[in-house]
Design a protein around this ligand. Structure first.
Ligand SMILES: Nc1ncnc2c1ncn2[C@@H]1O[C@H](COP(=O)(O)OP(=O)(O)OP(=O)(O)O)[C@@H](O)[C@H]1O
Ligand SMILES: O=P(O)(O)OC[C@H]1O[C@H](OP(=O)(O)OP(=O)(O)O)[C@H](O)[C@@H]1O
Length: 244
């Protein structure tokens, strides 16, 4: 929510390829995002859009802020909206995919598990795991909520999540987990770590999206400013009319 009576807060990923490609998408629409304090500052602006305050956040934080209404509009991966909260997508409006950050959230197991091809096979492994190995099956992931929801669909309850802060693919070989749920695009990181995606192991496809918060404090003035911004960014989707 902006502190001004009018004015919009736009959240942009704070680092990496997502930041770079988001800037490129805005500059294609003739909106150059300035970050005057450099890569460690978290506030910016758009030269010809003085009503817009830019805030730089980690991609997962953008998803949470959009859902809670802490920012009005933002760019982040659709996977992170679904991960942030069970009904996260009801609190936002996906304006459009931006054609980058395309990746799949998948369930991947060690190549050596030759008898496991599908989620139902994994359910069998999970149910015997404790009696065979004296401990729960462990799943390394930063997608805790997506994993829980997906596993529940297959009746898999006997496992433990090992929350991963990075390099999730290394967990099975390192012995800290038995399998993983993670994002993949080319598949090369999975292959390099002798991991394979289950045949029905695709949890969701994701892409960077331009996303509007439904829970932000929309006034007629701010909604008009939003429509003006979106029209420069490729058009106003019909769902915008339901914001007020
Ligand atoms: N290899 C990839 N190719 C395309 N998109 C990716 C890839 N890896 C991650 N993404 C997407 O980019 C977004 C940000 O991912 P992630 O949270 O891993 O970013 P990050 O800011 O680098 O995270 P961290 O702070 O944990 O390093 C997510 O929506 C994700 O789906
Ligand atoms: O299927 P792949 O193309 O191998 O991509 C998958 C990897 O990309 C992401 O990491 P990161 O953001 O560090 O990307 P990078 O390793 O490609 O730099 C993600 O966490 C995976 O580890």
């Amino acid at each position: 929510m902006s502190t001004l009576p009018g004015g919009l807060t736009l959240a942009i990923p704070s680092k990496g390829r997502l930041e770079e490609l988001t800037r490129k998408a805005f500059s294609t629409a003739r909106m150059n995002i300035a970050r005057p304090g450099g890569a460690r500052s978290y506030v910016g602006s758009i030269k010809n859009q003085p009503q817009v305050t830019v805030r730089f956040y980690p991609a997962a934080e953008i998803a949470r802020e959009l859902i809670l209404g802490g920012v009005d509009i933002g760019v982040t991966g659709s996977d992170l909206i679904h991960e942030a909260s069970e009904n996260g997508e009801e609190n936002v409006l996906f304006v459009r995919g931006l054609g980058f950050g395309e990746a799949n959230v998948v369930v991947a197991i060690p190549d050596s598990w030759i008898d496991v091809q599908q989620m139902t096979d994994l359910a069998d492994v999970a149910s015997d795991f404790r009696s065979r190995h004296g401990r729960w099956l462990r799943v390394a992931t930063k997608y805790v909520n997506l994993t829980r929801r997906h596993f529940a669909k297959y009746g898999i309850a006997e496992y433990r999540i090992v929350e991963s802060a990075g390099a999730t693919e290394s967990a099975p070989a390192a012995g800290s987990a038995d399998l993983i749920v993670d994002i993949t695009s080319t598949g090369s990181t999975l292959a390099a770590n002798q991991l394979r995606v289950l045949e029905d192991g695709l949890i969701m496809k994701s892409e960077a999206n331009l996303i509007v918060s439904r829970t932000a404090d929309w006034t007629p003035l701010r909604k008009a400013q939003l429509e003006a911004l979106l029209s420069i960014m490729g058009g106003v989707p019909p769902g915008i009319s339901t914001l007020l």
